[in-house]
Design a protein around this ligand. Structure first.
Ligand SMILES: Cc1cc2nc3c(=O)[nH]c(=O)nc-3n(C[C@H](O)[C@H](O)[C@H](O)COP(=O)(O)O)c2cc1C
Length: 162
């Protein structure tokens, strides 16, 4: 009887562990704030952490939003810009994906579009939770933009992390 109970508890623990590991936190961070937020969410949700890394790292000059010719300004002023990503993400095992980014120009950086476009078909069966860090902007503009740009995806309410 004790043995049977132990076996049952073992299998229940396995099922629970599998359930717990079905959340992914995928994020882009240029200067570290969103990385800190992503790590916190991953810890809370017992989720797997994945950094969306650009093929070409953003330098301080690239991030200068006061310069209209900087890389970030050029990308953000071009709705079709899709900066390339270093590695593919295996999103197959996950049901819920937290998608994190810094707010750039009130919305998400274009690399988030690159990541979504790369995974669009598979993302259609997932629940997506946007989260962001910012200087002062809220996340609603970014969430509305994502909903409008990707209407076939299931977007939950956004979370703005401090
Ligand atoms: C190109 C660029 C544009 C930004 N645009 C905004 C903005 O529109 N609103 C805002 O509150 N913060 C803006 N910020 C500030 C970032 O959202 C904020 O510093 C964020 O926490 C950076 O996250 P990270 O360290 O993960 O890259 C911008 C930063 C950069 C580099």
């Amino acid at each position: 009887m004790t043995f049977l109970l132990s076996v049952m508890m073992f299998f229940m623990a396995q099922v629970y562990a599998q359930k717990e590991s079905k959340t992914l936190v995928a994020y882009f961070s240029a200067t570290g704030n969103t990385r800190t937020a992503a790590k916190e969410i991953a810890k809370q949700k017992k989720a797997v952490l994945w950094e969306i890394e650009p093929s070409e790292h953003y330098t301080a000059e690239d991030l200068n939003w006061r310069n209209k010719q900087s890389r970030s300004s050029k990308e953000m002023s071009d709705a079709e810009a899709r900066p390339s990503i270093k590695q593919c993400t295996n999103i197959m095992p996950y049901d819920t994906i937290y998608v994190g980014f810094p707010i750039w120009w009130g919305i998400c950086p274009r690399i988030i579009n690159s990541w979504i476009d790369n995974n669009l078909e598979q993302l259609e069966s997932k629940t997506l939770v946007p989260f962001a860090t910012s200087g002062s902007s809220g996340i609603d503009g970014a969430v509305n933009y994502l909903k409008k740009t990707y209407p076939t995806l299931t977007w939950q309410k956004g979370i703005l992390k401090k």
